[in-house]
Design a protein around this ligand. Structure first.
Ligand code: IMP
Ligand code: MG
Length: 180
């Protein structure tokens, strides 16, 4: 797997440090609230797992899986729910946890969808933000790292379902993206 990597963009130590900061902010902001953390499958699970261990207030977890039509590295904007939340979020303070925001179309849809279910509040936490190709307006409340417009894998993020288990955020060699 290592020989597929061109370079490491964000190290394990940088991620760990950032998560401590994010978790401290979240713990402070949600004290006394009805926090439910909604993880967006599958990309966010590695980040979410490390993040929740550092949050020291009561919370519950739920998961949603979405997919945009099409199979390119560009989102089409049409979002489909593949697996819905298990529980009602009515009256809850929802924190959506995502791996990366690119066009913003996925989170824009998700936020509107969850809002219509009567949540008290909805905020967004993302590990990575690629602001350059934004097509839909999304307010990010908790952000890990802003990155350039390049495709990254690892720490939950995949290319064709692979590389999610890399412990850091990496850029693959060009030949991995083409002609395989
Ligand atoms: P958006 O709707 O364009 O914001 O798409 C966000 C989704 O696209 C993310 O949840 C990822 O699944 C995927 N995505 C966008 N950029 C990358 C990347 O660099 N690596 C891996 N997945 C990505
Ligand atoms: Mg994703």
């Amino acid at each position: 797997m290592r020989d597929s990597i061109e370079r490491v963009l964000i190290t394990q130590q940088q991620i760990e440090h950032k998560i401590e900061e994010l978790a401290a902010d979240i713990s402070r902001d949600y004290r006394g609230k009805n926090l439910v953390i909604v993880g967006v499958l599958k990309g966010a699970v590695v980040f979410l797992g490390d993040l929740v261990k550092k949050i020291d207030i009561p919370l519950t977890l739920d998961f949603i899986a979405v997919s945009s039509y099409g199979n390119t590295t560009e989102t089409s904007g049409v979002v489909r729910i593949l697996k819905d939340l298990d529980n009602s979020i009515e009256g809850m303070d929802v924190l959506i946890v995502e791996d990366i925001i690119d066009s913003g179309l996925t989170l824009n849809y998700l936020q509107e969808n969850l809002r219509s279910r009567g949540a008290s509040s909805i905020r967004i936490c993302t590990l990575l933000d690629k602001p350059y190709r934004r097509k839909a307006d999304v307010k990010v409340d908790y952000k890990g790292f802003e990155i350039e417009d390049e495709f990254v894998v690892g720490y939950g993020l995949d290319f064709a379902e692979r590389f999610r288990n890399l412990p850091e955020i990496c850029v693959l060699k060009p030949e991995e993206y083409n002609g395989r």
